[in-house]
Design a protein around this ligand. Structure first.
Ligand code: TYD
Length: 137
């Protein structure tokens, strides 16, 4: 199994000013790497908790920390490990399919995820051993 893409940060415009506040926009055909079919957000994750612990067979995601600081520890099927810190609302993390991720959150961080498909539990790879075994398949 192969995936050519790697996770990467995407920088979006901040429209506004310090005294007014800002708006950041993503639109199909303008600056979105895929068509959005689902949006979800996670919040109130305690600081000592690690979420994630999975990869997806097909799902692509664009993820923002709209509030607080969120750290992603990623690993591609090729074995490349990276750490991405999201703490600016105009910076997103694009995660293609077949990328393992663990996630930690600062106090009151809010994660916004734009996803390329509806929720399918069958798309999850929740065993790290199964993920590693895909390297050779
Ligand atoms: P999960 O994707 O494992 O969260 P995280 O990566 O943040 O740790 O999902 C946690 C639970 O929520 C799991 O039981 C599946 C459920 N869930 C849905 O029902 N629909 C969804 O769109 C998502 C993202 C999760």
């Amino acid at each position: 199994m192969t995936s050519t893409d790697k996770p990467s940060l995407m920088y979006f415009n901040s429209i506004g000013s310090a005294h007014l506040g800002f708006i950041t926009v993503t639109e199909p055909g303008l600056n979105m790497p895929f068509e959005i079919k689902r949006v979800y957000w996670t919040y109130y994750t305690p600081q000592n908790v690690q979420r994630g612990g999975h990869a997806h067979f097909d799902l692509h995601q664009l993820i923002f920390a709209v509030s607080g600081k969120i750290t992603f520890y990623t690993e591609t099927l090729a074995g490349q490990k990276d750490t991405f810190v999201l703490e600016e609302p105009n910076v997103g993390l694009y995660i293609p399919n077949l990328v393992w991720r663990d996630i930690t959150f600062s106090h009151s961080a809010v994660l916004l995820c734009l996803a390329s498909d509806i929720y399918k539990s069958s798309d999850y790879i929740r065993s790290y051993e199964q993920f590693q075994s895909l390297r050779s398949s």
